[in-house]
Design a protein around this ligand. Sequence first.
Ligand code: GRF
Length: 198
Amino acid sequence: MKPLSIGILGSGKGSNCRAILEAIRDQKLPVEARLVVSDVFDAPILDIAREFSVPNAYLPPGKFRTRLEPTVETELVKMLKAAGVELVALAGFMRVMHEPMLKAFPRRIINIHPSLLPKFPGLEAWKQALAAGEKVTGCTVHYVDEKIDHGQILAQREVIILPHDTPESLHARIQVVEHELYPAVIAELCERYSEENR
Ligand code: GRF
């Protein structure tokens, strides 16, 4: 099977990026990581890319807070296409995708979110679940569309909320599950795409 070329976008600590790059290194994923891009200059995710010798770039996001400036988003498309990226994995990327990216990568952008969507989209979803008195939360991998944490769901895993959970303890347990789920979903997509091309 020809390896699937992926690009990873993130704004922060990059633990999901690390999980994906470790799965590739350990030959659990028939994937080649072609590029890691961050909209935050000193984001740890860029250090992780360097640690794994994956080409990486800081992309100055422009003047908006929740999205990339349109010219910047077009530049991002060019960078990803030039790197031969076929699938884009958002890993803690804090900006909403718009037309340039969505048109260039139709059903080829995925995201991981720390709740059982459609419950608790948006920021700090684990805190939202705690505040709502939920007994169970979890994480979701989904295709990305123009809405926040929305789009066809690919897979979900549950995480039980314990009586003594703090936001920190709950988020930490969700992240452990995220690190298994995200590479597993990417592995499934590799199979699906290679079957589609047969
Ligand atoms: C994860 O919890 C993910 O679900 C959300 O952002 C967080 C990113 O964490 N979209 P990390 O940067 O991968 O550690």
